[in-house]
Design a protein around this ligand. Structure first.
Ligand SMILES: Nc1ncnc2c1ncn2[C@@H]1O[C@H](COP(=O)(O)OP(=O)(O)OP(=O)(O)O)[C@@H](O)[C@H]1O
Ligand SMILES: [Mg+2]
Length: 400
């Protein structure tokens, strides 16, 4: 019985997504063995870190295995990985490495393994590093809250990203009772606060230029509460301030936000810029907003290809068809076959939306009976972890 139980748990366990960098004796053989291992997904490999920067940043990796030929701690090599990802690092070395082992005790690495090693030992270390990355540091008390990051993206402007993200965040806060943060990452021209009828005094710009380490308390000092219960961290007021919101600052911000909130809804601009890649790295659900028009469809298809190149997991992408009821000579089935991905959520075109936008009161609150509002509330329900798991079992997100 126990053998069967074990077999099932291995089969249903998600594969650990790893990336291999650097070089050392025995690394090639280990990488080949890991590539064939049932519990490992080898997302990619490169000797230098710079050449794989995009995947390291956007690839949602669980663990980085880094081979080093240095007999002391390779601080530069670790720092260059850290420029792109916070994923735990396991150092791999061969030969005489006692100094390296000693120095690694205090360094930002999860483990050091001397090659050759049995593949199972390495897989165990990968699993362990991946899990402990999300645990609180020893002695810090209660387990850390792990909020989910829901990113609303479309490669085309005006498709309804901000309408979707503001209403979805309001629905999470008001109807699902979730501690919700709405983060406006349309850094140059964000209008999430305006759509909520707010004029916040502080923005993400004020937060990132403020001195001192970011923690939950500090974050709370920069957010603004909406009557629905959601907190918003708006985009900078001046477009030129956007560039100060660096990937490193944003990565830290998202980590801290996950400790304070159940859900972080991220509104975005139609570009794959650095902050967007850093956000993808931490995104649990990517809502890809599409419309019933050929140019948007073409760009969403390109975005899906880019996401694949970035090794973003396909099972985290949910296509949202906005204005799905518009009579414009295109059907949902045509969208699905053009994208080769199923539509997960339909949102109807609704007069209540522009009226609500102009009044600065999300339609989901102002017109709760409208078809649009029902669709958004269903979306908020459908994005609860239990519902996501059910849908994935039914294979709803697989390519058609
Ligand atoms: N389902 C809908 N029904 C009716 N109107 C809609 C709907 N979705 C969006 N709109 C209208 O389209 C306009 C543009 O939407 P929105 O601002 O959300 O797009 P966006 O993708 O955020 O654009 P940008 O790329 O410029 O940030 C809104 O002002 C709203 O009036
Ligand atoms: Mg917008």
């Amino acid at each position: 019985m126990s053998t069967r139980g074990e077999a099932t748990s291995v089969a249903t366990r998600e594969k650990a997504r790893i990336f291999v960098t650097g070089s050392c004796d025995g690394l090639d053989q280990l990488r080949d063995a890991l590539e064939r291992h049932a519990e490992i997904e080898l997302v990619g490999t490169s000797i230098g870190v710079a050449e794989s920067a995009a995947v390291l940043t956007g690839g949602h990796l669980e663990v980085i295995l880094h081979g080093t030929r240095s007999s002391t701690l390779p601080a530069d090599e670790i720092a260059s990985i850290r420029e792109h990802t916070r994923a735990p690092i396991i150092l791999l070395a061969s030969g005489e490495a006692s100094v390296l082992l000693e120095e690694a005790l205090d360094a930002d690495v999860s483990d050091v393994l001397l090659l050759p090693q049995m593949t199972e030992n390495v897989v165990f270390a990968v699993r362990k590093a991946g899990r402990s990355a999300f645990r609180p540091a020893p002695g810090t008390g209660a387990p850390t809250r792990r909020g989910r990051v829901v990113t609303v993206f479309s490669p085309k402007g005006g498709t309804g990203k901000t309408v979707t993200s503001t209403n979805l965040a309001a629905a999470f806060a008001k109807f699902e009772g979730k501690r919700t943060l709405l983060l406006d990452l349309d850094l140059q021209f964000g209008d999430a606060a305006i759509m909520l009828g707010l004029e916040p005094e502080k923005t993400i710009y004020d937060l990132v230029v403020a001195p001192g380490e970011l923690d939950s308390e500090k974050l709370a000092g920069y957010t603004t509460r909406h009557p629905s219960g959601l907190d918003i961290l708006p985009a900078p007021v001046r477009p030129e301030d956007a560039e100060l919101v660096t990937e490193t600052k944003l990565s830290r911000l998202l980590e801290v936000a996950r400790e304070s909130y159940d859900v972080i809804v991220v509104d975005t601009s139609p570009f794959f810029h650095g902050p967007m890649l850093a956000t993808l790295d931490r995104t649990d659900e990517l809502l890809l907003v599409c419309g019933l028009d050929v140019p948007t469809l073409k760009n969403v298809r390109l975005a899906l290809q880019t996401l694949e190149l970035l090794a973003f997991p396909q099972n985290r992408i949910r296509v949202v068809l906005n204005r799905a009821n518009s009579k414009v000579g295109m059907k949902r089935s045509e969208v699905e076959s053009a994208l080769e991905v199923k539509v997960r959520f339909e949102v109807p075109s609704d007069r209540a939306v522009p009226i609500a936008v102009n009044r600065g009161n999300p339609a989901v609150l102002a017109e709760s009976g409208a078809d649009f509002s029902k669709a958004i509330r269903d979306m908020a329900k459908g994005l609860q972890p239990a519902e996501v798991a059910k849908s994935q079992k039914r294979g709803m997100f697989r390519r058609s």
